[in-house]
Design a protein around this ligand. Sequence first.
Ligand SMILES: [Zn+2]
Length: 442
Amino acid sequence: MIRNSNIFRLFLLLVSLGTSFFAQSANKLDSVRIWAAPESTRLVFDLSQSPDYSYFTLKNPDRLVVDLKKSSSKVDLGKIKNNSKLVKKVRKSTPPEKGTLRLVIDLNKPVKASLFALPPTAPYGNRLVVDLDSGGAKAKQPAISKPKATTKLRDVVIAIDAGHGGEDPGSIGPTGIYEKKLVLEISKKVAQKINATPGMRAVMTRTGDYFVNLNKRSEIARNSKADLLISIHADAFTSPQPRGASVWVLSMRRANSEIGRWLEQKEKHSELLGGAGEIIQNTDNEQYLAMTLLDMSMDRSMAISHNIAGDVLSNLGRVTKLHKHKPESASFAVLKSPDIPSILVETGFISNPKEERLLSQRDHQNNVANAIHKGVLKYFEQNPPVNSLLASKSSIEHKVRSGESLSVIAQRYQISVSKLKQANNLKSNSIRIGQKLIIPRA
Ligand SMILES: [Zn+2]
């Protein structure tokens, strides 16, 4: 009896060892996320372990087949959220061998696929990233407008960079609001205001909830010949107390404030989260390179950046608390486009419960966007680039839009209502939609 039960126990032990051994060797697909960008789509497979994978494409119809060795899945693939124009659906298929998980991505057109695995980066674990690019459309940057036939004068182009996106939520507020969402909302408002300003045009580095790596962000700005890049963020700190907006410019040295160092670290973490596939270097070596190669244009860009940062900051100070009253500097990679003046606006601290609430309110977002727009407009009106429409005009024309009053327009261009009335020979304060007003230079 005793012997038998011992053998039985041994048997149980072997069985449990066996199953736990198998459980550890088998990779599990835990979830699938699909992030759609205008011309590309990223699929992310969350896995319990680093994947052993292979893939190939098939035609008629277009498919991408991904084999994950020693893997299984309990994900209901029919229930994945999918707003991609490239991906029809993801499904399981008969594997070439037992134990392999074969996933088929049904496509709407041929794509260029690149796959890479990412190590765990909090809050994510092991990931297999599948980047699908439809190409073609890339050559045509919608951002670049056709030159006008009648005149060579150009618009001042402002690249607006909503931080984070897709896999990278950015900071997360105490009630769970994502920075990537707030900053996209604010960025869109800034873009609208820029586009409504004669002589100015906005280009956005992202227009939806997808990740764009730092190189790509400055590439978009450069391709559209941007005069300025504004990166928009809402930050968080380890404690809930810090609050207020701040404006940052590039420094060749490491940040000397605690929050500055924290932000630099977070930028690196963001790239890892978003899955840039490469880590930003911040070595002395790189700084040396930057210093030697970029001297003149960098100096010029940095001087301009400082000026604009000051104008934006003073306008922000009228609508929100300021964290610091002077532009601060840190070594952010997103600001490192030597040829393009760049600023980074922290619209507030999402980790501060009060500011988290404020930043998600439409009115406040509007105020912040207005302040950014005003600061930028002030700078470029006073320092219009040669060949720009702004430089050519001693005055600007403004077409009255719904909801605008004389005082709103006067405020936008930072002139007095009486000056505005005088320039337009207005006897009363009433204006109509579509009316064209001359805005005298401040
Ligand atoms: Zn951020």
